[in-house]
Design a protein around this ligand. Structure first.
Ligand code: Q9C
Ligand code: ZN
Length: 348
């Protein structure tokens, strides 16, 4: 499969995050993308660097002041204290109910809180460069499919589906799936379906498109009553205004088996047919894998093949965008199974 990989991804390499109150090594590492690249190379996929600029879609998906903050965050952090080069900034205060988010504070950590949904998205010196190049990779994959490719894969990190219009979260900074969907809308597609199969609900993508009927969002994920991101992803969230009926959440209890997962996939695929989408973006999180260290579904490599096959049967021009998946050593093999299942079926 035609694959656009992000040549800057390694510049985003934070060291630690918080897990159960303790500082632990980051789960979302450069090695993840390296394992996927190696597996695709070995399997003979066509690998390219981004050849499109995502600037116009970026301005449609994210707020100007959020993008300005992201671009300048690291230099501002260093300006506070040169020793900060060795430190990761984390937010500590957030503008929850009754607090104001319309006034941008001058204090750096306060602005970091304003533009974050959690303390789980550590910044590093090259976060902006990596995330910005990832947007170009997503736009490039979208362009290639609109120009006639059957499918394309955006192999990038950091991931994107938790990032909203003006906030980062869950290891995500720029919403690559939203960039891909918007890019397809800006070209020929009248309606795009985004199917999010990451273990975690794609709250950023849902919120970006919640009031729009030109992008349908469907997600299969761990029930937010117990699973991150906790505050979005319930079945009663179906869209508002023009977007009413264009959002479908299929939460499953943590620990659900493959049979339950594929039953949900069937419902999502049926819905994608009903809305007459003419292009598909797959937020391809592979943290549904049985060996994932932070998630609790139990899909196997064979199940990933089956997923790819079912997606190909939708018959839509398709962009795959890498999201989560933290069993790094198995990530390449698992991605390869989805793409192989897709291509085997698409060829028939
Ligand atoms: N902060 C994606 O899969 N919770 N993000 C981990 C420690 C956040 C996952 C617990 C999980 C976010 C793209
Ligand atoms: Zn995830």
């Amino acid at each position: 499969m035609l694959t656009f990989h992000n040549p800057m991804h390694h510049l985003h390499a934070p060291v630690h995050e918080f897990f159960r109150g303790e500082k632990v090594a980051c789960f979302e590492t450069p090695a993840r993308a390296e394992f996927v690249l190696a597996a695709l190379q070995a399997a003979g996929h066509e690998l390219r660097e981004p050849d499109q600029d995502a600037a116009s879609a970026l301005a449609q998906i994210h707020s100007e002041r959020y993008l300005d903050f992201l671009r300048t965050a690291w230099p501002q952090w260093i300006a506070l204290d040169p020793q900060n080069e060795q430190r990761q900034p984390f937010p500590s205060v957030w503008p929850v109910r009754s607090l104001r988010s319309d006034v941008e504070p001058e204090n750096f950590v306060a602005r970091l809180g304003l533009y974050s949904m959690d303390n789980g998205s550590p910044l590093a010196s090259g976060t902006w460069a990596a995330a910005r190049a990832g947007a170009d990779a997503a736009a490039s994959a979208a362009h290639s499919v609109m120009a006639g490719a059957r499918a394309a894969f955006c192999l990038s990190r950091p991931p994107g589906h938790h990032a909203g219009h003006d906030f980062m979260g869950g290891y995500c900074f720029i919403n690559n799936a939203a960039i891909a969907a918007q890019t397809m809308r800006n070209l020929e597609a009248d309606r795009v379906a985004v199917l999010d199969v990451d273990y975690h609900h794609g709250n950023g993508t849902q919120s970006i498109f919640y009031e729009r009927d030109d992008v349908f969002f469907a997600s299969i994920h761990g029930d937010p009553l117990t699973e991150y991101p906790f505050y979005l992803g319930h079945a009663d969230e179906t869209g508002v205004g023009d977007g009413a009926g264009y959002n479908l959440n299929l939460p499953l209890p943590a620990g659900s088996d493959a049979a339950a997962w594929f039953a949900a996939l069937e419902r999502a695929c049926k819905a994608i047919g009903y809305v007459h989408a003419d292009a598909l973006v797959v937020s391809l999180g592979l943290d549904t894998f049985e060996g994932d260290p932070i998630s609790q579904f139990s899909l196997t490599a064979g199940d990933f093949d089956r997923l790819g096959t079912r997606l190909a049967a939708l018959g839509l021009p398709t962009v795959f965008v890498l999201e989560g998946g933290y069993a790094a050593a198995e990530l390449g093999d698992n991605a390869q199974h989805v793409l192989r299942g897709f291509e085997n079926c698409a060829a028939k």
